[in-house]
Design a protein around this ligand. Structure first.
Ligand SMILES: [Zn+2]
Length: 426
């Protein structure tokens, strides 16, 4: 599949798309209504070239159909649920059939194999296990290869290092920022990474730069590979780097990538920067037709030296919305806003400061006090800070530090408020 001739791949994609569109039209009221609005019948999608006739689907549509409205099979056929956080605190839910899980294992097996894994590998999965797709996605991919999986999950860094050392871990799977944190802790513990069996790592779930790659490779004495995915499509396994480390090959036999102008929605050719739109070609549980990822990237169709014919996407270059990814968790400024408005004890003026300290993302929320709070005693303000912190932690699923600031100190804007100051150099 990964080295198929482009023409043959196009035929396969067309055949799969036709099936996918018909099924979505028949089984999912949302798709049927959207297509009817455009006066489009499923029979009019005859090849992959007709994909652009279909409307887009967005995260908002997922929220509107929460939790199971976009499923295309009876609930009894769903064998796994995952979720990611959204703007309103409500998660976006995804459902997998048993066949979907098989495809997910397959694309994750490709991802790990491209990074050098084999049956002989010991793969330590330090992504979180749970509703987040990172942990279980990597886990099943590693098992599909026949590698030995070490399901460490995230956190407990000293134990991670002990496992690496004692179990002979050869490949690490986690977020890139966590990889750097592990490297630092290792250094503090006086362990030389050269003593370990670690040779490679697959890192994703947050954007990272070439500079960070070099840092990780040096600090852990490994090759660091970028992997890409999102729960809405399947989880990790949508695209991944090969040994050339020159863009991420998209598993196009299952996920069809397009690039659009985020403002006009017009399709852009290969080589141009725009928003990535993905269509699942084989997913049964929850087909996604033209999902707007909001991730900005470029698709490259030039042949790759590794022999794979699948197109490559560049590292994610940013977002077309205001979503932040903090320690692998999606955070929207509007979530912070609804917490503050819900408490109603401060002014509604706030700002998110994001920084990477000791290789870990740190979120600080500045909240303006009202004039009458300003004269309150420090003790009372501290209590309020902690109260907001607790509310935010539960709404965002990631911890944030809250700092109350004097009235009128957060810059006012005449247009769109500047809600986020991102100081991370990624
Ligand atoms: Zn390649």
């Amino acid at each position: 599949m990964e080295t198929m001739a482009r023409e043959q791949l196009g035929e396969l994609q067309s055949a799969r798309l036709i099936q996918q569109v018909r099924r979505a039209y028949r089984q999912v009221p949302f798709y049927r209504e959207q297509m009817q609005k455009l006066g489009l019948l499923p029979e009019e999608v005859r090849s992959i070239d007709d994909l652009c006739k279909l409307p887009f689907i967005t995260k908002q549509d997922m929220r509107d159909n929460y939790p199971y409205g976009l499923f295309a099979v009876p609930l009894a056929e769903i064998v796994r649920l995952h979720a990611s956080s959204g703007t309103t605190g409500k998660h976006t839910v995804v459902g997998y059939t048993s066949r979907d899980l098989g495809i997910w294992s397959e694309v994750m097996a490709r991802t790990l194999t491209a990074a050098g894994a084999s049956k002989q590998s010991f793969i330590q999965v330090a992504y979180g296990y749970g509703l987040f797709t990172g942990g279980l996605g990597a886990h099943y991919g590693a098992e599909a290869i026949g590698a030995s999986v070490i399901p460490a999950s995230s956190g407990n860094t000293q134990r991670q290092i002990m496992l690496m050392k004692d179990f002979g871990t050869t490949m690490l799977a986690c977020t890139p920022s966590y990889a750097l944190f592990i490297a630092e802790t290792m250094h503090e513990m006086g362990i030389d990474p050269q003593e370990l069996s670690l040779t490679a790592g697959v890192f994703g779930a947050e954007p990272w730069s070439q500079k960070m790659r070099l840092e990780i490779e040096k600090a852990l004495s490994i090759k660091a590979f970028d992997i890409y995915g999102l729960s809405e499509i399947i989880g990790p396994g949508v695209a991944s780097e090969c040994s050339c480390q020159n863009g991420l090959h998209v598993n196009e036999d299952h996920f069809y990538p397009e690039i659009i102008d985020p403002l006009t929605g017009q399709s852009l050719p290969y080589g141009e920067k725009g928003e990535l739109v993905l269509t699942t070609l084989t997913k049964e549980g929850m087909p996604m037709l033209r999902y707007r990822t909001r991730d900005l990237t470029i698709l490259h169709s030039e042949p790759c030296a590794c022999g794979r014919t699948l197109v490559r996407m560049s590292k994610v270059l940013g977002r077309s919305d205001d979503m932040l990814i903090i320690r692998g968790v999606n955070v929207f400024p509007s979530q912070v806003e609804s917490v503050l408005l819900g408490l109603g004890e401060t002014s509604p003026h706030y700002q998110l400061l994001v920084d990477r300290i000791d290789n870990l993302d740190n979120l600080t929320v500045l909240v303006e006090m009202t004039e009458n709070m300003f004269s309150d005693e420090i003790r009372r303000l501290e209590v309020l800070e902690h109260k907001i912190e607790a509310e935010l932690a539960s709404a965002l699923s990631v911890s944030a530090k809250v700092r109350l600031v004097s009235p009128k100190t957060i810059e006012r804007s005449e247009g769109k408020a500047k809600r986020v100051i991102d100081k991370r150099n990624i």
